[in-house]
Design a protein around this ligand. Sequence first.
Ligand code: BG6
Length: 491
Amino acid sequence: MSRQIIPVDPFDYIIFGGTGDLAQRKLLPALFQRDLDRQLPDECRLIGAARSQHDDASYRHFARAALEEFVPQEERETECVERFLQRLCYVVVDATAEDGWHRLKSLLDEADDGRIRAFYLAVGPALFDDIAERLESVGLIDERARLVIEKPFGRDLATAQELNRAIGQHFGEEQVFRIDHYLGKETVQNLLALRFANTLFEPLWNSAHIDHVQITVAETVGVGDRASYYDRAGALRDMIQNHLLQLLCLVAMEPPASGSADAIRDEKLKVLRSLMPISVDNADANTVRAQYNAGAGPDGKVDGYLDELGEESDTETFVALKAEIGNWRWAGVPFYMRTGKRMAMKMSEIVIQFKPIPHALFSESSGKTVANRLVLRLQPDESVKQWIMIKDPGPGGMRLKHVPLDISFADAFEERTPEAYERLLLDVIRGNQTLFMRRDEVEAAWQWIDPIYNAWSDTSQPVRKYTAGTWGPSQSVAMIERDGRTWHDGD
Ligand code: BG6
């Protein structure tokens, strides 16, 4: 099956932090992939903007090295690499001083075709306000301007509100694209297709038929050289506040009236606002926070978090939570979430566990009837598996078997699964905000997260320890087993 390529209007992408890690690992490779598929119009330009001293030639050299490192060799067609590099220019700008801003303005004004200007702030949030202010003062914010920003959007509700207010002084909300790259993942978007392009699931999608939901985002990496950022964040801020809550919203939201960005985001917002509070009264039962000790990594022995950090810290590298949604559809259905660094395997998945059959028809000799389960594997090996019971083939007797109806993306679609950023970067140009977080969503998520931090500082719940290379601390297993359930550790 060949992929449909929808052309986009001409644009200039201006990447602040154009020499940073994100540009190198994700943004340049993603834009290259889109160029490889001939989706970028001929005239479009990619402009690196940062303090480092580069000119166009040396920035192209930098970008070539990034492609060599982060795009597989078989996908780096020489002709396309050269075409892509020719699109690149570089401007030295200082976010906190006057240098470079007029040069950026005149470079952008060289294109007089009214094209979209997307300003991607691949820099720390402390610079968002400065950059927005300077863009405005040189006259670069008009109806063609789009602002793309990455988390962290604050570190609690108050700082998120402040950040949103500062940005809102310069850009209208319809111009702001807050990236949560999980929303760009193919299987995440597939959740929408699965729920709302089939009649099969929706009648069952409620507390009458679903026993519980599990969302796991497990990583094998440690914090490595991000330790100083990470230690100020921790797993609850870094992963749950955004990625896992967004996944929860897509599972739990009501069918929107239309596919428009705001119709979908309105429904997600209602879910966030329906989350039952976790506070000092119930945090011990519904949360577990932990930190990895030395143990096994993917390539052998690894240090513990505190050794990597080089000082004492209570920051959690693992969180497990039991959340409940207080509405008619979901009352009584727990949503278990867990995420951690240095876990047993890299694996992100959503498990919808259906209830057992109400009455057993087959005799005990047929074997156990296992309740249906839908497993959406986000990564690696994207797939959707619907586990059902069938009769084990063969004459004589009725033996039951639990088997998956398995759609593995790699098998079903011959082509490479695109990276989340490929989709998101061009959605900005299309002006499609569906897969981006709206201001009120970010704030509602913090509103639920803040009391958890408060509870952790008020209760006696210690930061637990787990050995690197495992599924987290025993308390996480105990949390779900108290409810008579078990974590699904991949199939
Ligand atoms: C980022 C977090 O948002 O997501 C990182 O800051 C984390 O700590 C990463 O490693 C995980 O993303 P992915 O796409 O590799 O699952």
